[in-house]
Design a protein around this ligand. Structure first.
Ligand code: ZN
Length: 237
């Protein structure tokens, strides 16, 4: 095959060559556990009192950050497929239980108008193809013009509280189709995002879901985690 690596542009039979793949920090169930909410260097830095489990593919450091950037800003479907493929195959060995539905973190209408796609939805669509789980793109809404990553941790929490809301029907039809009770008993969702930094967004969305469906199980899946500057995780990369 005549392909070049998305990261180093050298000839490679796969979209990311094995040298680049070797340079990426992947979370590993045997070292970090299958639920990162029980792993201090991650759990200690993300807000997580409203969801049940956390699975992240790797650290948002080079070269993973370059792949996420391609997904987010250049509409690289290949980057999205590589990330979701790794997510499914590297995480599957570590007892990732399969949820009933995938829920992409919404982006605001103005951002959708300028970017033309939601990177979390792209990830969900490829994971959906691999695992055969439906994606619900209209479960929640984000309003406003604000961009979370410029804000402090406290400002993010206040902002997230204001901007996210569930849609009228949310996941009612998926719950009904699964023959579960509308309180969510026996039903599991995975909220999917590209990058996890403070956890405030997914925690706020989880809170909204639990207010409406108190018995629901919530997993959070992310492609990459941004470690704080002095994280012990950075010494291992
Ligand atoms: Zn490469």
């Amino acid at each position: 095959m005549n392909l070049s690596c998305l990261l180093c542009y050298q000839a490679s039979p796969t979209p990311v060559c094995h040298w680049c793949e070797d340079d990426i920090f992947f979370f590993d169930a045997t070292l970090h556990g299958s639920n990162l909410l029980q792993y201090g260097p991650v759990a200690g830095h993300v807000k997580h009192n409203q969801y049940d489990t956390l699975s992240v593919l790797g650290l948002h450091t080079w070269p993973m950050s370059s792949l996420v950037h391609q997904l987010k800003f250049t509409h690289s479907l290949t980057a999205g497929k590589v990330l979701s493929n790794w997510f499914v195959h590297k995480k599957r060995q570590c007892t990732l239980s399969v949820p009933n539905v995938l829920l992409p973190v919404p982006i605001s209408a103005w951002r959708l108008a300028t970017r033309h796609y939601n990177q979390a939805t792209l990830l969900c669509e490829s994971i959906s193809n691999e695992l055969g789980i439906p994606v619900n793109q209209s479960w929640a809404k984000r309003k406003g013009f604000s961009v979370q990553h410029h804000l402090s941790k406290i400002a993010r929490a206040e902002n997230a509280h204001r901007v996210f809301s569930l849609s009228d029907w949310c996941i009612d039809s998926e719950i009904t189709a699964a023959q579960c009770k509308l309180n969510g008993s026996g039903f599991t969702v995975a909220i999917v995002d590209d990058v996890l930094t403070t956890g405030v967004t997914v925690n706020t969305l989880s809170k909204r879901l639990k207010q409406r469906y108190p018995k629901i199980q919530i997993q959070v899946w992310a492609a990459a985690f941004t470690p704080p500057p002095k994280s012990s995780l950075l010494q291992k990369t």
